[in-house]
Design a protein around this ligand. Structure first.
Ligand SMILES: [Zn+2]
Length: 401
């Protein structure tokens, strides 16, 4: 194994979540029990400090037809609106004709907000189903994996290139970075939005570790990667989305000076030591402790005769359920809004999905797997809270959307 970012062979195992099925693969009834298992191990690179998985499930398997939809969650759409507004206000306000390319554009939620600001848009999305949803909604979308070849096929440059929740997925990491450099106009801005490993550690959000997330970034590590491709970061801020995400602004070398807020975030990282191997060892110990506490809580609730449903069936929930070993004998069903998941079962633990609007009974406890939308969930669930239903957050984020 060589480091995905710097090619070093000096890697060390820091987090072992055992063997797990590919967690976005919600199963049809006839597929239950037939899913493949793959190792889920995080390694730390002693050279560039990037944490990463040692095993890659092929991108064609993982992203050829995924069913994740950005537009389902109001707070995610609201986040994308504010990013588009900030990019336009800060960099392109006076430009008459402006354009944006979105990598991994999903159902077009991010691009709709750019369209509303007068941008010419193009999405690149690997999932056929999702790309069709975007095209049908009036967001021009290419059904392809973004890389150097795809960019050259598109054959032009953009004022803005955006990648939200994409960089940690990338099997073709260096080809994608080269394509961004080629596809970005000289004065263009690349917007990179990614889960912040510092927040993952602070929130104990180990469920963000799954096969689709090949890499876990801090500012230090993503800057190392981007600089290798002549793309320095010049500004960034922390947004509450997904429990703490960095919105980073990147441009061609020699164009802009780093902002004061970027410098202070870099300093905070150095001060807290989150790029050290010790931070990862401590994180790993806290995950083990969390398992003990959650299993004790849920088995206590079951002994007391309480019914428990899962709230949401996010992909990351499967890491947590599989690592904790929580099955349908403890959590009866996972309640979900996304109708594409109707009739499916969670991979590994085989908990059935129930669609929220079709629910006939209510639990005593909602075990909230979609914890990153804590604020939105609690605000939308007043009636349930008033009826005495408990909402238990296995991961309790410091900030939430
Ligand atoms: Zn490395």
């Amino acid at each position: 194994m060589i480091c995905r970012v710097c090619d070093s062979t000096h890697l060390e195992l820091v987090i072992d979540l055992g063997s797990q099925p590919w967690c976005n693969n919600f199963l049809k009834k006839e597929e239950v029990g037939k899913e493949h298992y793959y190792p889920l191990h995080v390694l730390f690179c002693h050279n560039c400090h990037t944490s990463q998985l040692d095993f890659t499930v092929k991108k064609e398997i993982m992203f050829g037809d995924h069913t994740y939809l950005s537009g389902v969650t109001r707070s995610l759409s609201e986040h994308f609106r504010s990013v588009a507004a900030e990019v336009d206000r800060n960099f392109f306000k006076d430009l008459k004709q402006k354009s944006v390319l979105d990598i991994g554009s999903n159902d077009g939620t991010q691009l709709k907000h750019f369209q509303a600001l007068g941008y010419e848009v193009l999405g690149v999305e690997s999932s056929k189903t999702t790309a069709k949803i975007a095209n049908d909604a009036g967001v021009p979308t290419l059904n392809a994996f973004f890389n150097l070849e795809t960019l050259r096929g598109v054959g032009r440059q953009y004022d803005v290139i955006n990648a939200s929740g994409v960089f940690f997925h990338l099997e073709e990491l260096h080809s994608v970075c080269e394509a961004i450099r080629e596809g970005l106009k000289p004065e263009g801005v690349f917007v990179v939005q990614f889960l912040y490993m510092k927040s993952i550690m602070e929130n104990l959000a180990f469920d963000q570790i799954y096969h689709e997330h090949l890499l876990y970034y801090t500012l230090e590590t993503i800057e190392t990667l981007l600089r290798r491709h002549g793309l320095p970061m010049f500004d960034a801020y922390l947004a509450p989305i997904h429990g703490g995400s960095i919105i980073g602004f990147v441009t061609h070398a020699g164009r802009r000076k780093p902002s004061a807020r970027l410098e202070s975030m870099r300093a905070a990282e150095r001060q807290e030591g989150c790029n050290s191997i010790d931070a990862y060892h401590e994180f790993s110990e806290r995950i083990k402790q969390m398992k003990v506490e959650n299993v004790a809580y849920l088995s206590g609730a079951r002994r007391a005769g309480k019914r428990v449903f899962g709230f949401g069936a996010p992909v990351k929930g499967n890491t947590l359920l599989n690592y904790f070993g929580i099955g349908p004998d403890v959590i009866e069903c996972l309640v979900e809004k996304n109708e594409l998941r109707r009739g499916l079962y969670s991979p590994g633990m085989h908990i059935p999905i129930a669609i929220e609007s079709e629910l006939k009974e209510l639990p005593d406890i909602y075990y909230v797997l979609a914890w990153n939308f804590k604020k939105e969930i609690l605000a939308n669930s007043r009636a349930l809270l008033d009826r005495g239903i408990e909402f238990y957050f296995p991961v309790d984020p410091k900030v939430s959307a």
